[in-house]
Design a protein around this ligand. Sequence first.
Ligand code: 6PG
Length: 225
Amino acid sequence: MQKIHWHSFATAEKVAAAASQQILTAAEQAIKDRGAFKLALAGGSTPDKVYHLLSESRADWANWHIYYGDERCLPADHPERNSQMAQASLLGKVAIPAEQIHTMPTELGPEAAAAAYREVIAGVDSFDMVLLGMGEDGHTASLFPGHVNSPDETVHAVYNSPKPPPERISLSAKTLSQTRQLLFLVTGEGKRDAVQQWRQGIILPVALIRPEAGVDVYIDAAALG
Ligand code: 6PG
């Protein structure tokens, strides 16, 4: 059963402000308790505001470790790569050591990239925080409705994605659920139908993400309806 904590805000800007505050607070606590903050970044456009706010904040960046929830199979410098978005709005502006930024090598193609990233994930017992977005069909990371993924894999090679580009890699639902905290960032009217289905208990991909502590959904009024 998925435990959901809904946090609704009037605007996308307020969602971003509250979410970035929760991330900074979690980072401080994780570094105090364990000496490191392991964060998995979300892709898509919604997190961009959060990344910008984080880049303007004070934090112990030297102890941040960055992973990705999913990535698009495009050349490494392609502007549509989630890593390029994160680089432009956060990673290129703060002093996180390069060796602690674990980009998904999707320029290698789905199979080789997934195999390489399974090695990276093998070294992570649990994330401190995972960030996720949600698509209008209820997909999250690159876990899409109707796609069948092997439950034993930690990282999936993804084909025939309904959202371009068709080839991607994604952390599995199980891997995404191995985290102390998980934030969904959901804004905009386009997400309203999927949100209503989710609240009615329909098992969309978002509903398959089940960390022990539950999930926090940061949502604006337009998406909540
Ligand atoms: C991707 C994302 C994807 C995204 C949703 C929402 O690579 O496209 O990881 O899961 O989070 O599609 O996208 P928006 O935030 O742009 O609406």
